[in-house]
Structures are given as C-alpha cells and as structure tokens.
Ligand binder design. Structure first.
Ligand SMILES: C[S@@+](CC[C@H](N)C(=O)[O-])C[C@H]1O[C@@H](n2cnc3c(N)ncnc32)[C@H](O)[C@@H]1O
Length: 291
C-alpha cells in the first residue's frame, strides 16, 4: 500500500470515520453490481424462492395484456446480468415488459413479436426517439431465419454483434391462446409440437447471444389429459441440449399475476380435491449461461 494511503487510513482510524474509497470498484464482466459494496444490494435476490405480493404498475407498466410477466422479474434479472447500455433480446415480446424496463434501467432492447397489431400497439408505449436509439420492435416468427437476420441487422445498428441478455417468456403451451397463426407457440396441435417450436426459438436466441452472457426463461406448467405437463422442465432440458449451462431454477409465486379469486378459486379447490391434483401457485424463472 502506498505511504500516502497508509497515512489517510491512520487519520481516518483516529477520527473514527469509515474509509469509503470510490475508486474501489469490482464488477463481474456481465453486471454493474459493485462487489466491493455487495452489502448495499440487499434488494437483489440471490435465493431460489421469489415472492412478489403485488405487480409493479409504475414506470410505464400496465396490466392490460393477459399473459405478461411482472416487471420485478426484469428488474432482478437486468441488475444481476446486464450492464448499462447492454442490449436485451426478448423473442416473445408481448406487451413489451422487457423493453419498458430496459428503458427504465438504462439498457436497450430488441423485441420480436408475432402479432403485428400488438407490435404496433406496443410501439406507442415508447417515444419516437426511444424507438430509434433504445428499443427495436420486430414483427415476425422468432423461430424463423428471417427474424434471426432482422435481429442481427438491428444489433449492428445498435453497435453490437450479439445481445447481452436473452429473455424468453413463451406461451405456456395452449393455456392462453394468443392468435390463430400457425407459427404461434400457443396454437400447436400437440404439446410435442410446442416443445419443437420452443427449441427452434431458443436455438435462434442461443446463436444471437454473446458468449459468457445469460438467458432467462420464464415459464409455468400446465395440466392436460388428467396429468401435469412439466413445460418448465421440458423447456429447460431443450435449453441445456442447445449448450446453455443451467445457473438457477427459481420458483416464483404467482400471487401478483393470478386472476382467479373468490368463487372461481373455491371451484378449483373443489375440483382439486375431487380430481387428486394440485393447483398451480408458482411458475419458474430459470437462468442459463452461454459458456
Ligand atoms: C407469454 S406472452 C409474452 C408476454 C410478455 N413477456 C409481456 O410481458 O408482455 C408470449 C407472446 O409470444 C408471442 N408469440 C407466440 N409465438 C411466437 C413466435 N413464434 N414468434 C414470436 N412471438 C410469438 C405471443 O403472441 C405472445 O404475445
């Protein structure tokens, strides 16, 4: 340690002040979290059980789209796995939660959404300037080569070769039917077909993601033909087969985004007791790394 530094430390010790050295910054290659001040980040989750009693409605978010994810997920994932100005790629953009939170947190976003009317509507949530510099919305099928080429072109315009985070929030098979389009993952004839389409989208995501960076899969399971369809674990396996390394399986309660309450909830409880099954109260947030 330099002599002058020692002197300062001695003076500080005498005066009972704490040493706060702003030049001391230690981060990972993929986040701005200052590990030298790790105790200041108590809001950042490191445990595998996430409970958010209410959905965040501030900061440009609204709950008008049935099937959107709660913004707190983006906040947690972006802070841990991205740096300022990084580009987040969301291949199931929906109502644009990933884009809104990217802007709020000083990140950028490219979103691909199959439904053109929705993509047009979501674009209105951003200013014309933001739509040039911060958020790029592509209307198309995320499983296709065309969409992949378009994302690559937008990345280039944004000064990047690859995206720095991949967000995947696919339909949960056919639980909510988003459109009648044959490319729509919520419109597959069978669950196996859903898995195949998911794999194609995930493969595009893998290729477009920078090495060393992270992917986040948000998904819940379904109940069909009197048995649980483990969509979460099956899609997780697809991701791992593509070469992603699994870093975390987070169980998130769905209190903040469930709709059935009161009488409907009681009816489901009766059905569960009569049918020998359990009512879903959770979904998964799975984290992967491209190594
Ligand atoms: C669960 S929602 C995503 C919601 C979004 N995360 C949000 O917070 O608003 C899934 C979305 O994927 C879209 N989708 C389905 N198949 C697609 C495909 N092949 N390519 C692109 N988007 C697709 C649906 O239209 C729907 O908007």
């Amino acid at each position: 340690m330099a002599k002058s530094n020692l002197k300062v430390k001695e003076q500080v010790k005498k005066s009972n002040l704490k040493v706060v050295d702003d030049r001391e910054i230690k981060t990972t290659a993929y986040s701005d979290i200052n590990l030298k001040k790790w105790k200041d980040y108590s809001h950042v989750k490191t445990d595998t059980l996430w409970e958010f009693p209410t959905r965040l409605k501030e900061g440009g978010h609204s709950n008008e789209y049935h099937g959107n994810y709660i913004p707190q997920i983006a906040q947690q994932i972006y802070e841990r796995y991205t740096k300022k100005d990084d580009v987040i790629l969301d291949l199931f953009f929906g109502s644009g939660t990933s884009g809104i939170e990217a802007v709020n947190m000083g990140r950028r976003c490219i979103g691909v959404e199959l439904k053109d009317d929705l993509a047009e509507k979501v674009a209105k949530k951003f200013t014309p300037k933001q739509l040039v510099t911060d958020v790029n919305i592509i209307c198309g099928d995320s499983a296709s080569e065309i969409a992949k080429d378009k994302v690559q072109a937008r990345l280039e315009v944004m000064g990047k070769k690859h995206a720095q985070l991949l967000m995947l929030h696919p339909p949960y098979d056919d639980i909510i039917k988003f459109s009648d389009k044959k490319e729509d993952l919520s419109n597959c004839a069978t669950t196996d077909e859903f898995y195949d389409l998911f794999e194609k989208v995930a493969k595009n995501g893998y290729d477009l993601l920078e090495k060393g960076r992270f992917a986040c899969l948000i998904i819940g399971d379904s109940y069909k033909n009197s048995e649980v369809q483990p969509l979460g674990f099956m899609c997780m396996a697809k991701m791992m087969n593509l070469g992603f390394k699994l870093k975390g399986i987070i169980v998130k309660d769905i209190q903040g985004n469930e709709r059935a309450k009161g009488k409907t909830a009681n009816l489901w409880r009766y059905r569960a007791l009569a049918g020998g099954f359990y009512i879903f109260k959770h979904e998964y947030v799975m984290v992967f790394q491209k190594v």
